[in-house]
Structure formats: C-alpha cells, structure tokens
Write a protein that binds this ligand. Structure first.
Ligand SMILES: [Zn+2]
Length: 377
C-alpha cells in the first residue's frame, strides 16, 4: 500500500499526556517493590494503559525533554497495551518463514511481566546522548528467577562482562551470565546475556537446559532499579555483536511482530526517528516506536531493520511517520506468530513487502566494531 498524507492527527492535550509519560518512564526506571507491580494502580503497565486511553496526542511533541536530576535524556515513550495479560508463547524454536529465528524463550517466566519495557528497547538511547541500548530490559522484582533462554553452556558468570576484569564491581553489566547456545544460526555462534543479577546460581562450564534458573533479578551494575537486561549476541560474545532480542524470542500465541526499515534521502537509515503504530479500527494510539539510534547495534542479516515492535495482537494497524513536515501513513496486517515487514524510503514512502529473498551466500554480517562512547546501561 502506498503512502498517503493526512493532516488530522489531533495535536491538542499533549501537555497532560507528556506528564503522564514522564511519570511512566520514571516508574520504569525507579526501583520498584513487588507491591508496585501487578494489580497496583501505580504500576507501569496500568499507568501506560491510562496513557493509551488518552486521545491521540500527536507524536511531534518534543522527544527529548531533559530531566536534570536524573541526568539522562527522555526517549519518546511508547505506550503499552492496557492489559497486563498476554497469551502463552509459541513453543521454541518458532519460525513460520525460512528467515525467522524465534529460538529463545523469554528469560522471565510467564507468571511475571516477561516482555521488554517499551521505553528501553534495543537501539534506544538513555542515560546519556551517546549510550545506546544493546539489549532489552524486562521489568522484574528483585529476586525474580532468571531462566536460560535456550540450552547451552555457561561461558561467563560474575562481574566484569564489559570490562573483562572478573573483580570489577563497577562493571555496568553488574553480575551477569553469558550462555553459549548448543545451536547457532547460519554457522554463527549464538549467545544470550543476562545482566544486573542479584545472585548468580549458574557456574561457568555448566550445561543448562531451556528454562533452567541461572540466577535472580537484581540491580547490580549501571541501573536505577531491579530489572533484567537481556541480550542476544551472534557471531561472537562481545559488545558489538548484539542483535534485537525481540526478533529472537518467541511471540505470544496469536500475536505477531512488526519489523521496519526506515530510511531517508540517499537511502541512509533514519536514526532514532519516531513512528506511531495504532490498531484499527480503534483510533487510540497503542505504540510509539523509535528507530534504532546510531551506535553499537546491528540489524538482522535478512530484515536489515532499524525498528522492531514485538507483541502486537494480530490485526490491522496504522503506521504513521512525520517526515519532512508531513504525516505519512500506511496500514499493515499483523499475523499470528509472524513477522510483518515494511520499508519507508524518501522516494517511495511506505511499502509493505518482504525483503528480497537472500541468495545462497546469505550469511549474517560480521559487525564492524566501533568503540563505545560509554558502557551500556
Ligand atoms: Zn538494559
């Protein structure tokens, strides 16, 4: 479907919504007690739901208001679905198409929130303008069991994942575990990383099965509250080899994943660019998304994406972008357990077509390391 313009996004009432979003973000960052989750009306999910229930706010609102006391930059928040319940996940490995690879379970059990925090997605920027997020964050209470996302061997357990020094208790990952999985992808090794743990129960060299407890959620390392930082690494166990975990962890049954490649003039990827994804026929905004920021993140070898939104119930969604001072939109259909792919280019606007089929030498691209400006959150 081709892009068309429209100018009817209501632009009023941003202020109140923005304040709500600020609160949501702070709630997500701050240390939360168990009581602050679940049914408690102040929980992140419920607050996000109230946000989603607001009239369309327009996503042109200033994306980077500064929060001086916390010294980090506010990303454009993404409202989450109102309900805290999601269907059980598809069994792993899950791959409807030849190019998908939902090989892992979520590292937090389904009786807890086990999906990525909307504000802390892969490729996001927070804490500083130049710190890019190389994983996803899952909001979980201190002490929540952390599960192996797939079978493999523990190759690292303890402090020093970023710095390489085992006794470095200032390491931003805190207490962390790395599993080298029993399977790879197209001949490349696969690893998963679990960071900020309060306690590690796995030992280096130990073989674990999918779902085995490897430690407990904590807030060690560079974090403002208990949560699990989860990474997927391919082709090497290093900071530069991460890929978006939302393309590797099994979706809830009946739900799908939206993947996009958003580029501008000359075909360059648009960095940290806001889009809005809302279900039809409802006009209620459901998700705001940002493309990856520029930095130490990698696109999937097939999709070459810079935007992923997982956990979308199957159905029709309207995707909008404000580009060159015009609101452009398209509609996409999300299918159960599948990836829906779109591109946005300067010349052609939106196109909802799958990427070209890869040829025989289709292989993951080895990331080109660029020195990180700062350690990851
Ligand atoms: Zn994180």
């Amino acid at each position: 479907m081709n892009a068309s313009t429209f100018n009817n996004l209501p632009l009023q009432r941003r202020g109140g919504v923005l304040h709500l979003l600020l609160f949501v973000l702070l709630a997500a960052c701050a240390p939360l007690t168990t009581d602050a989750r679940g049914a408690d009306p102040t929980s992140t999910a419920v607050m996000a739901g109230e946000t989603a229930a607001q009239p369309a706010s327009g996503f042109e609102a200033s994306p980077h208001p500064s929060l001086e006391p916390f010294r980090f930059v506010l990303p454009t928040p993404g409202a989450e679905p109102v309900s805290g319940w999601r269907p059980p996940l598809y069994p792993v490995p899950w791959a409807v198409s030849a190019y998908d690879h939902f090989y892992f379970i979520r590292p937090i059990a389904a009786d807890n929130v086990n999906w990525p925090l909307a504000e802390y997605r892969y490729g996001g920027v927070f804490f500083a303008p130049d710190v890019i997020h190389t994983g996803v964050d899952i909001d979980a209470a201190e002490g929540t069991p952390i599960l192996a996302a797939g079978p493999g061997t523990v190759v690292s357990a303890g402090w020093g994942l970023f710095s390489g020094a085992a006794d470095d208790t200032s390491d931003p990952y805190g207490k962390a575990v790395v599993i080298k999985h029993d399977f790879g992808y197209k001949g490349q090794e696969l690893y998963t990383v679990y960071a900020h743990m309060s306690e590690i129960t796995a030992l280096v060299g130990q073989h674990v099965e999918t779902g085995d407890v490897i430690g407990l959620v904590g807030s060690t390392g560079l974090t403002t509250g208990p949560h699990l930082h989860f990474e997927v690494r391919m082709g090497g166990n290093a900071f530069y080899f991460t890929y978006n975990p939302e393309l590797w962890t099994s979706p809830p049954q009946g739900w799908g994943v939206l993947v996009g490649r958003v580029s501008g003039e000359k075909g360059n990827l648009l960095y940290y660019y806001p889009l809005e994804v809302r279900p039809e026929p409802s006009g209620v905004p459901l998700r705001r998304a940002l493309t990856y920021a520029q930095g130490a993140v990698n696109s999937d070898p097939y999709y070459q994406e810079n935007l992923v939104l997982s956990d979308l119930p199957a159905g029709i969604y309207k995707v909008t972008i404000n580009y060159k001072e015009k609101n452009l939109q398209t509609w996409v259909e999300i299918f159960p357990g599948q990836v829906t792919y779109f591109t946005f280019t300067d010349k052609e606007g939106f196109q909802v077509v799958p990427p070209p089929k890869p040829n025989l030498d289709f292989l993951p691209i080895t990331p080109t390391p660029t020195p990180p400006a700062s350690p990851p959150p």
